[in-house]
Design a binder for this molecule. Structure first.
Ligand SMILES: *Cc1c(COP(=O)(O)O)cnc(C)c1O
Length: 479
């Protein structure tokens, strides 16, 4: 039924025209996703970028005109991570269900800071599902966030209040010499979190790694030394899936040690936490993850959910609230009505106003279930292993490190000196990105810039992996 938009309002003047434009746009979105294999990343033409500029004095042209521009000028110029040969960085690749859930989320326009409404119950269901997948206890709490970077800040803020007491929220740290520990390959998100929390990144000690990741012996030694020096060790940050090489710390051993040393155990499981859904042998990589005091991970990477969405889980909900709960009078909860519905998510994180991030996760789980999502993760690990074998089988190519999960890092020609290898690998990455044959990123391992494939892509097939390695060999042999 057409409905009057009301004087001065911003609803469509004619709902039937809007419906037609929206249906046409939906078709274009579905066409784009269905034809993904034919559409690798390409640079955005400059004339298109220029047309994106918005005129401060210009008139609005209406919803139909906007919808046409979305389809023609915006939609084609993505990140390329919907393409089956996108292996650059640890990027999620999106799901068709995202089209459905984002449409509904925008229509509902729920503010998930709190109150009593459907989107809140959906978020609670997503948190509870994740809690059980990760093996966290019943009393654990969680909140959906932008991603692991924000989740890390929230987790370490809770650890800081646990270490210094709730009065530190008023008094600040008063120069308390808090120190945290992590393996040498820890992600920059932990560094940033230490800075943002006012602890400084010098207070994040890098512990050497051995074959099983962060060395437990070296950790114990460092903590003893720091305590003797009058410092206040408070947290250890374990990594489940390192960003460079996909390695996992021994989470069960670190959980034992953190208990002995009286440290908060935080796990950065940005992508690797989801090996909980994989088949053996990959599932075992994250054994012990449920013993952490806090866990940060992403739905937008290895759960393939559209950007952005991550989660922080905290083992003890009271400690979580102790760091964040605070509601002024105008937000006080009611017993019943829209203002009811305890707990409110604004008491568990940074944001007061919050979008409905949970719906895209809920829809993915509803559509695919842990079995199909887990099978995709298992297949990604198997494809990374296949790529590793393909590299090992090609004369000249060499792996920089064994493939453990979904990352394969290698040099295209181990016969050249390190500087020449670095130049070659960087050139190959650029050439293949520009040609649309495959997207690799690069990283530096032992002083050599290597090609890096992160296979967190449910669209990738064995043929894609083989074709990508063949393309690397061709690009190498052109020089
Ligand atoms: C991606 C990543 C992060 C940061 O997560 P965002 O979702 O990008 O904020 C942290 N740690 C690891 C291991 C990652 O791969």
């Amino acid at each position: 039924m057409a409905q009057d938009s009301g004087e001065g309002g911003l609803d469509p003047e004619n709902w039937e025209d809007f419906r037609a434009a929206a249906h046409a746009l939906l078709d274009r979105c579905i066409d784009r996703l269905a034809a993904g294999r034919a559409k690798p990343w390409q640079p955005v033409p400059e004339k298109v970028v220029r047309r994106y500029a918005l005129d401060p004095d210009g008139p609005g042209r209406g919803e139909t005109a906007a919808a046409v521009r979305l389809a023609d000028e915006i939609l084609p110029h993505g990140n390329g991570n919907t393409h089956p040969r996108f292996f650059g960085w640890v990027h999620g690749t999106g799901l068709a269900t995202g089209i459905l859930s984002e449409m509904v989320a925008a229509t509902m326009n729920a503010n998930c800071g709190g109150r009593d409404h459907g989107a809140i119950h959906v978020e609670r269901a997503v948190i509870d599902w994740t809690r059980r997948v990760m093996g966290f206890p019943d009393g654990a709490s969680g909140v959906l966030v932008t991603g692991t970077s924000q989740a890390t800040v929230i987790a370490l803020a809770a650890a800081r209040v646990a270490a210094l007491g709730p009065e530190s929220r008023a008094a600040g740290t008063r120069g308390a010499p808090l120190v945290a520990y992590a393996g040498a390959g820890v992600h920059n998100a932990a560094v940033k979190a230490m800075e943002l929390l006012g602890l400084g990144h010098d207070a994040l000690r890098r512990i050497p790694e051995d074959a099983r990741g962060l060395s437990a012996g070296a950790l114990a030694t460092a903590v003893t030394r720091d305590r003797a020096a009058g410092l206040h060790p408070f947290a250890v940050i374990a990594t489940a899936g390192s960003v460079d090489l996909g390695r996992f710390d021994d989470l069960a051993a670190l959980a034992d040690l953190a208990t002995d040393l009286g440290l908060w155990l935080h796990v950065d499981g940005a992508f690797g936490a989801w090996t909980r859904l994989a088949d053996p042998p990959w599932r075992a990589l994250s054994d012990g993850i449920g013993r952490a005091d806090s866990l940060a991970c992403d739905f937008h990477k290895w759960m393939y959910v559209p950007y952005d969405c991550g989660i922080v889980l905290i083992r003890d909900a009271e400690r979580h609230r102790a760091a964040f709960a605070a509601r002024p009078a105008y937000l006080a909860a009611q017993q019943a009505g829209l203002g009811g519905g305890e707990p409110w998510f604004c008491d568990y994180g940074i944001d007061l106003s919050r979008g409905n991030r949970a719906l895209k996760v809920w829809t993915a789980i509803e559509a695919y279930g842990p079995d199909r999502l887990g099978a995709a993760i298992t297949r990604n690990c198997a494809l990374a292993a296949r790529m590793g074998a393909a590299v090992a089988a090609r004369p000249g190519m060499r792996l920089a490190a064994p493939v453990v999960s979904c990352l394969c890092v290698f040099t295209a020609d181990a016969g050249r000196d390190p500087a020449a290898q670095s130049a070659l690998n960087a050139r190959i990455a650029t050439e293949l990105q520009l040609s649309g044959e495959a997207v690799f990123s690069t990283t530096v391992i032992d002083g050599v810039t290597c090609l890096r494939a992160a296979i967190t892509n449910h669209r990738t097939t064995a043929e894609d992996v083989d074709a990508a390695i063949a393309a690397v060999a061709r690009a190498r042999d052109r020089s």
